[in-house]
Design a binder for this molecule. Structure first.
Ligand SMILES: Cc1cc2nc3c(=O)[nH]c(=O)nc-3n(C[C@H](O)[C@H](O)[C@H](O)COP(=O)(O)OP(=O)(O)OC[C@H]3O[C@@H](n4cnc5c(N)ncnc54)[C@H](O)[C@@H]3O)c2cc1C
Length: 284
């Protein structure tokens, strides 16, 4: 189907874009989710404002022990930039799992987090990384934690007139091992379940661990029961299996034509174990 007609603006500055958005225009980034929705007439915005061409949103830089990633950085940029590959390998690995090369060349990190698809990949990594998401409107800027940003299916903390301008992740301490493991829906590449793990060792035991899970339910989450069952325990296969068994604790798993709720929950357990094992093998 062909989308309804709409006005298109490609402003030269972020201030100009925010002004148009304050007046009711809708942000357009890679268009990888929005344009298909418009063609299916699931969305019919009257005015699109192109953010993807704004140099002010297109960067990956290091500042004070953190990586600042502009909203218009594409999945390809995040996957391949030396800064992300070298200093936040979990995010680069996660970006490499998104869709196909065409999607990664156009889709952006800002568009993905704003869209908040329950099967999107980034949210698992951003939960595990305890990332911060910077939001801006014509009247100001605020920073929210990943945990507060993702609220439910296609629902975030974004207020009308606000856009995502930046994602901030930590520079990974050298001893941390990280891994993203995903059971994908083969036609689209979206996650049926995706698990991001960050693991530090404390001698022969697990030190601090962070686990983020996507795909299982309406929104991504931190698997704190798994984390608590690992930290301080011997870094053994027995510990990993016992801890991973808690991956879906208290979660109302989604059921669809790709996977029943019960199957999804069991995938969450097995992919959590895989992610922990893989991250542990990469930790020093
Ligand atoms: C075939 C296919 C396969 C895919 N497979 C995967 C996959 O395996 N894993 C995965 O995670 N994703 C997948 N995607 C989705 C892809 O990652 C998209 O790039 C992403 O969901 C949206 O990013 P975008 O930049 O294209 O945003 P757009 O499509 O331009 O926008 C999406 C939504 O976010 C809003 N928006 C855009 N930018 C901002 C901003 N900066 N601030 C506030 N709101 C904004 C728009 O108004 C719109 O509502 C797939 C998409 C396709 C078409």
């Amino acid at each position: 189907m062909i989308a309804n007609s709409f006005e298109y603006s490609s402003p030269a500055t972020l201030a100009e874009a925010l002004g148009l958005i304050a007046d009711g225009a809708k942000p357009l980034s890679g268009g990888m989710s929005l344009i298909p929705m418009m063609k299916l007439r699931l969305a019919s915005p009257e005015h699109l404002v192109d953010l993807a061409r704004l140099p002010e949103l297109n960067y990956i830089r290091e500042e004070h022990g953190e990586l600042h990633i502009g909203a218009a950085a594409t999945h390809h940029d995040v996957e391949n930039a030396p800064l992300t590959r070298g200093k936040c390998p979990l995010l680069a690995e996660t970006a490499a799992h998104i869709g196909d090369i065409q999607v990664r060349n156009r889709g952006t990190i800002g568009g993905s987090v704003a869209h908040a698809d329950p099967a999107a990949d980034y949210p698992a990594a951003l939960q595990a990384l305890e990332a911060k998401i910077v939001l801006r409107s014509a009247s100001g800027e605020r920073t929210v934690s990943t945990a507060d940003f993702f609220i439910d299916t296609f629902t975030t903390a974004l207020e009308p007139g606000e856009i995502v301008v930046e994602v901030i992740v930590p520079v990974e301490p050298g001893l941390t091992g990280t891994s993203y493991q995903k059971c994908l829906q083969p036609a689209s590449g979206f996650a049926i379940v995706g698990v991001a793990a960050r693991v530090r060792r404390d001698g022969d035991n697990f030190g601090p661990v962070q686990i983020g899970i996507t795909g299982l339910t309406g929104t991504s989450y931190r698997a704190t029961a798994v984390e608590n069952a690992l930290t301080g325990k011997p870094a053994t296969e027995e510990t990993i299996r016992a801890a991973a068994a808690h991956a879906a604790d208290g979660v109302d798993a989604n059921s669809d034509l790709h996977a029943s709720a019960e199957y999804r929950a069991s995938l969450a357990v097995s992919y959590t174990a895989r992610a922990i094992r893989s991250a542990l093998s990469r930790s020093a």
